[in-house]
Ligand binder design. Structure first.
Ligand SMILES: C[S@@+](CC[C@H](N)C(=O)[O-])C[C@H]1O[C@@H](n2cnc3c(N)ncnc32)[C@H](O)[C@@H]1O
Length: 210
């Protein structure tokens, strides 16, 4: 086993199992990793696993979101980051989730937490309300063509305003920088983040034509 797969296993144990058990006890929510549910990952092969809030906290704090800011977690899973963003100062925090089973679980979670946030059970490539947001969060929901067409749709819907992308484990960095001319404004990166897939890149749109 190489170091990367060892770190991933540790990560799965802590975020997918231990931490989610604690969250269930404390808040009655379910952010567990749903292994073995048929049909969920047919299109993208990337499984649901919640972000670890401790990895993202500093980056979000430094962005200083306020009540005029609206964020959407693209591929939000069970809504853990939707909850975190609402607590972090965003006036509006919603999510889009492709899997019906996971989206329903997320909607239940938000209800239990007393949040007015929405989880849209939709395919991110088809979502029609990106213009309502100025921040976009990605934790590897998909790569390749699906990523490309989602970003194109976001940029076309938000042409006249500045938007920010917060991207955890930015596998599609080249697409953002080279194809869409997004400006990389900050990297949260070190050796450990790099090998464990925990780098965060922050991008700004240049407001130009897509
Ligand atoms: C790695 S999880 C990230 C969960 C969440 N963003 C977080 O950070 O806690 C990626 C999620 O993206 C969802 N997803 C994959 N393809 C999608 C699509 N085309 N539209 C919307 N969601 C999608 C998956 O079902 C999965 O729940």
């Amino acid at each position: 086993m190489n170091i990367k797969s060892l770190l991933m296993k540790i990560d799965i144990f802590f975020t997918g199992y231990l931490l989610s058990r604690i969250e269930t006890i404390l808040y009655g929510v379910d952010f567990s990793r749903p292994e073995g549910i048929d049909g969920i990952y047919k299109r993208d092969e990337i499984h649901y696993q919640a972000s670890m809030v401790s990895i993202v906290r500093k980056a979000i704090k430094e962005l200083k979101p306020d009540s005029n800011d609206a964020i959407i977690d693209v591929g939000c899973g069970k809504g853990k980051m939707v909850w975190f963003f609402r607590k972090s100062g965003f006036g509006k925090s919603d999510g889009i989730e492709f899997s019906k089973t996971i989206a329903e679980c997320g909607q239940q979670n938000l209800k239990k937490l007393g949040l007015d946030s929405i989880i849209y059970n939709e395919d991110a490539t088809l979502f029609e309300n990106y213009e309502d947001y100025n921040y976009f969060y990605f934790y590897n929901p998909f790569v390749g063509e699906i990523f490309r067409s989602t970003v194109r749709k976001i940029l076309e819907s938000t042409k006249n305003k500045e938007i920010i992308f917060v991207y955890l484990n930015p596998l599609c960095h080249d697409i953002l920088e080279n194809e869409f001319r997004m400006v990389l404004v900050k990297k949260y990166s070190n050796f450990y983040r790099k090998i464990s897939g925990r780098e965060i890149y922050i991008y700004r749109s240049n407001g130009h034509e897509v």
